[in-house]
Design a protein around this ligand. Structure first.
Ligand code: GLA
Length: 673
């Protein structure tokens, strides 16, 4: 009798059919089914259509090429032109609670595959990854190995993904799903601003989401298949020749995180819960996210010790809790043309090293953080002069600089040892509790044999090694702002720098995209100067404050130069953040569009929410639109500004708002009574 494997989450279920000696067949992944659904084997439930193979080939967990599957294969590999097909000749399943491992062996192609699926019942996120082992004698050249393959229902109609560039991350892209394959690929060597490794798919009655936990190249596709469903594959994009497995060698893909729910907000909440579980906090638990003061836009490379001490004084006075010394502190770094790699203090700027500044900061009760860009080297640096061969290069090709820098070959042990020693010396010598870890370029010449994959693994390994040696240190992932935001690096880090664009109008949409996949407590969001450096637009302190507030809040301007009014307002926003961060950083998030261009987001739970309403463009309707608060409990009563409302009224009718001018916002507390 055919066996089935069922995993139930809280609101999600999956069912795989386990025919003897074959890869498991996908029967269901979607909103939760009742326990004990009676199932017929798929082949018993559908006749063979005309002009079809006599042996039906439904979508499996690991569809293989060349043996009757005509859709995209989960594997593209060969041994010097042979062994290019894949079909399991034996299979086995092991289930341990919410985790199932599927073992597939192909005795013909001499390949073993292990697919691990975990459906976490707390988050409802399915995590899938695949390990492939070369059982043959000759090298197996792997061109594609899906991290995961999941089915989507035939009524899936629209896919929402995100593009962008430096200063313009999370640009929404909407595509219709048709019988043409939908595909997005990233070949920039890091997560990239241009293509977030994930997407959201809308279907009738359910919304699906997936993201790849990887900080390098990636590829995803959604393909219509013969039975009217779609298959969604996600994995690392591999350059030709990148993965050559010798006899007995294995490769494990990054994890694919996939979930579904009633709408995009449910998907976001599930992702937030899963990401929260992936973060390892110093001390085992997230402490309240401290208010940052980052020196970059206030000072750029013009470090002046006395001025920075004054900045720290001014910051402490308005309530700053962590002072992050950005780029410009190390040997000879006066602009972006030199010194990356020379990770020791510039004694011209800091005659007695960084200790006086660091101790000044900690003496004021703030933490001290430092910017580094470990994977990079400027040709004009002591490091490059000593070790030009440490830069990643492709023989015969010119080294291509970006922001005047080259990339170090991180997989060379001498490179990672050098970086570990240099950063460890700083962490040992100084009271540093935070590193902002940058990566300011895409990868180009990536080795004689492509080393994109190795580069990511080596960067993770260096982070892990530093964290093991200095467990009290938090790390922020940055790559020219939001070029390295993904569920892979978050295992080693604690914050993302969301964008170098701090203009509050731009940030509204950037942060909305971010929050679809990542929780607010890891979303670096700062109050910047007005006019904003990235765009030249000016916004009030109140608008800048309200937009930055729901994330991991910070300030990135020269606090000393604010006039009295703005400085007071800034201190008020900092106090407001401290009063609400607990709810914002532990609760759920809902985002919505009101009518007439009004955008809102709510943080909290049915006991109460903090509602942010943003008006970016001027109102065009005569009256402000209503905001329906569907997350509230219709049976409860709520208080807003001293007025009592029935939950059902707020859920079904909505909350009336006053008119708002462009680039203004409202922050409303809704409390269950
Ligand atoms: C990148 C970061 C900025 C800043 C600069 C420093 O652009 O995103 O926040 O750290 O590098 O050079």
């Amino acid at each position: 009798m055919t066996q089935f494997l069922t995993l139930h989450g809280t609101a999600v279920s999956l069912i795989l059919e386990l025919p003897e000696g074959e890869a498991p067949l996908w029967r269901y992944w979607g909103r939760r089914l009742p326990d004990g659904v009676a199932l017929q084997p798929i082949r018993a439930s559908r006749p063979t259509p005309s002009f079809s193979l006599d042996f039906d080939q439904p979508l499996s967990l690991f569809p293989g090429l060349g043996v009757g599957w005509f859709g995209e294969s989960a594997l593209l590999a060969h041994r010097a032109g042979r062994d290019w097909t894949f079909q399991a000749t034996s299979s086995a399943v092991e289930q341990d609670g919410q985790t199932a491992t599927m073992w597939l062996t192909d005795d013909v192609a001499k390949i073993a595959v292990a697919i691990t699926l975990n459906l976490d019942s707390q988050s409802d996120v399915l995590t899938v990854s695949t390990t492939l082992t070369n059982l043959g004698d000759a090298i197996l050249d792997v061109q594609w190995l899906a991290a995961g393959v999941v089915p989507l229902p035939g009524d899936a109609c629209e896919v929402h993904s995100f593009g962008g560039r430096h200063n313009d991350e999370f640009v929404p892209i909407t595509d219709q799903l048709t019988r043409s394959t939908w595909r997005r690929e990233n070949r920039r060597g890091l997560t990239s601003h241009a293509c977030f490794p994930g997407a959201i798919v809308a279907a009738a009655g359910a919304t699906y989401g997936a993201q790849l936990a990887w900080s390098g190249n990636h590829r995803q596709s959604i393909e219509w298949i013969d039975d009217g469903r779609f298959q969604w594959q996600m994995g690392e994009w591999l350059a030709p020749g990148e993965i050559w497995l010798a006899a007995g060698e294995s490769i494990t893909t990054p994890e694919m995180l996939a979930t579904c729910g009633i709408d995009a907000n449910a998907v976001a909440q599930n992702f937030h819960s899963a990401i929260r579980q992936r973060i390892t906090w110093p001390g085992g638990k997230m402490k309240p996210r401290p208010v940052h003061l980052n020196t970059w836009e206030g000072f750029y490379f013009n470090h002046d010790e006395a001025a920075l001490m004054e900045l720290a004084d001014a910051g402490a006075a308005v309530g700053i809790e962590r002072f992050v010394l950005d780029d410009g502190w190390f040997a000879g770094r006066n602009d972006d043309t030199s010194s990356l790699g020379d990770w020791w203090t510039d004694t011209a700027k800091y005659p007695n090293g960084l200790r006086p500044l660091a101790e000044h900061v900690t003496g004021l009760g703030m933490e001290f953080g430092l910017w580094v860009e470990p994977e990079m080297v400027n040709p004009d640096s002591a490091l490059y002069r000593a070790h030009p061969d440490w830069a990643l290069a492709t023989p015969g090709r010119p080294g291509i600089t970006a922001r005047n820098q080259l990339v170090l070959d991180m997989a060379k042990p001498e490179v990672s040892d050098y970086l570990f020693d240099k950063i460890a010396a700083l962490l040992k010598d100084l009271p540093i509790t935070y590193l902002k870890w940058d990566h300011n370029r895409d990868l180009t010449t990536a080795g004689a044999q492509p080393r994109y994959h190795k580069q990511v693994e080596a960067a993770y390994a260096l982070m892990a090694r530093l964290r093991a040696a200095f467990p009290h240190v938090e790390i922020e992932a940055c790559a020219g702002g939001g070029g390295r935001i993904d569920a892979g690096i978050i295992r080693h880090t604690h914050r993302f720098w969301t964008s170098d664009n701090i203009d509050a109008v731009s940030r509204v949409s950037i942060q909305r995209g971010f929050l679809q996949f990542m929780p607010p407590e890891v979303m670096g969001s700062h109050i910047g100067a007005s006019p904003a450096h990235a765009t030249g637009r000016s916004q009030s302190m109140d608008f800048r404050g309200a937009v930055a507030l729901p994330g991991h809040f910070g300030v990135e301007l020269d606090v000393r130069k604010l006039d009295e009014r703005d400085r007071t307002k800034l201190a008020e926003w900092i106090a407001t953040y401290k009063a609400h961060r607990d709810r914002m950083h532990h609760g759920k998030v809902w985002q919505g569009d009101g009518d007439d261009g009004l955008l809102w987001q709510a943080h909290g739970d049915a006991d109460g929410i903090l509602l942010f309403v943003y008006r970016v463009a001027p109102q065009s309707h005569r009256h402000a639109p209503l905001v329906r608060l569907s997350m509230l409990d219709p049976k409860r009563r709520y208080g807003i500004d001293g007025i009592e409302y029935g939950g059902a009224w707020l859920v079904q009718h909505g909350l009336s708002l006053p008119p708002l001018k462009a680039e203004t916002s409202l922050m409303i507390e809704v409390t269950a009574l």
